[in-house]
Design a binder for this molecule. Structure first.
Ligand SMILES: Nc1ncnc2c1ncn2[C@@H]1O[C@H](COP(=O)(O)OP(=O)(O)OP(=O)(O)O)[C@@H](O)[C@H]1O
Ligand SMILES: [Mg+2]
Length: 233
């Protein structure tokens, strides 16, 4: 049985007379410990897919499984626990709390979790040993994204979900962030899923899932993923 599985997943929005399918019979699997890239143009349904997997959005049909558990049938209370303990999120615009320091942002996340990692050590691991007492506004975009990765990792989640994590960063900083995500996948065995419209990022993935118009075009394994430092766009 696959670690993550979508079986016939649907999600639609009613807009007047029209029914817009953000997910239209999505089927795919992802194995444990993989670095998976979800690729597709704007409006393809990437964020919808990620939010349904992360328990932030419900589906209108089908089954979503993570580690033998049916996420798609959890009630609100169970979903809160699921998001809290099992999922780490990294967003395009970091979503840090502005009046808390880097360390406090990470502590806030780790304190609500069992088996969480030490916030200081996690910040050190992403190269921010010297910036723990800075507020987000005192950090560069790349540094803020590293805080947000540390915040997600410190929870010790089962899966790390990243929605366009390099979308707001320059080329060099973006590659550094991807390297950190790839390293955390390889060193900790975490399953990491990165959503992007940048096809160059696919080269570093163990698995590439292509999405268009709410459907899965392709789900391919890459036996020779490149280190993030070697991909170019
Ligand atoms: N709340 C909503 N109401 C109506 N339509 C929505 C809503 N959220 C998403 N959609 C539609 O669902 C489709 C998929 O949206 P989604 O945000 O998942 O795309 P995406 O692949 O993440 O795009 P992008 O790369 O621009 O972030 C789009 O057609 C979008 O307009
Ligand atoms: Mg999106």
């Amino acid at each position: 049985m696959a670690y993550i599985e979508f079986r016939g997943v649907n999600k639609y929005y009613i807009m007047g007379e029209k029914k817009i399918f953000a997910a239209d019979n999505m089927n795919f699997v992802i194995e444990k410990g993989e670095f998976c890239v979800i690729l597709g143009p704007s409006g393809a349904g990437k964020t919808t897919l990620l939010n349904m997997l992360g328990g932030m959005d419900s589906c209108d049909g089908g089954t979503i499984l993570l580690d033998k558990r049916e996420i798609s049938s959890l009630n609100e209370r169970e979903l809160t626990d699921y998001r809290r303990y099992e999922v780490g999120f990294v967003f395009q615009f970091y979503n840090l709390i502005q009046n808390l320091t880097a360390l406090e942002n990470v502590e806030l996340a780790s304190e609500i979790c069992r088996n969480s990692f030490d916030p200081r050590q996690t910040l050190e691991a992403v190269g921010l040993a010297g910036r723990m007492d800075n507020f987000p506004a005192q950090l560069s975009g790349g540094e803020q994204q590293r805080v947000s990765i540390a915040r997600a990792l410190a929870k010790n989640p089962k899966i790390l979900l990243c929605d366009e994590p390099t979308g707001a960063l320059d080329y060099k900083t973006g590659k550094h962030i991807l390297q950190i995500l790839q390293d955390s996948c390889q060193k900790t065995g975490k399953t990491v899923i990165v959503v992007t419209h940048n096809s160059a990022i696919a080269g570093m993935a163990d698995r590439i899932i292509q999405v268009k118009n709410g459907t899965i075009l392709q789900n391919e394994e890459n036996k020779q993923p490149l280190p993030a430092a070697q991909i170019e766009w």
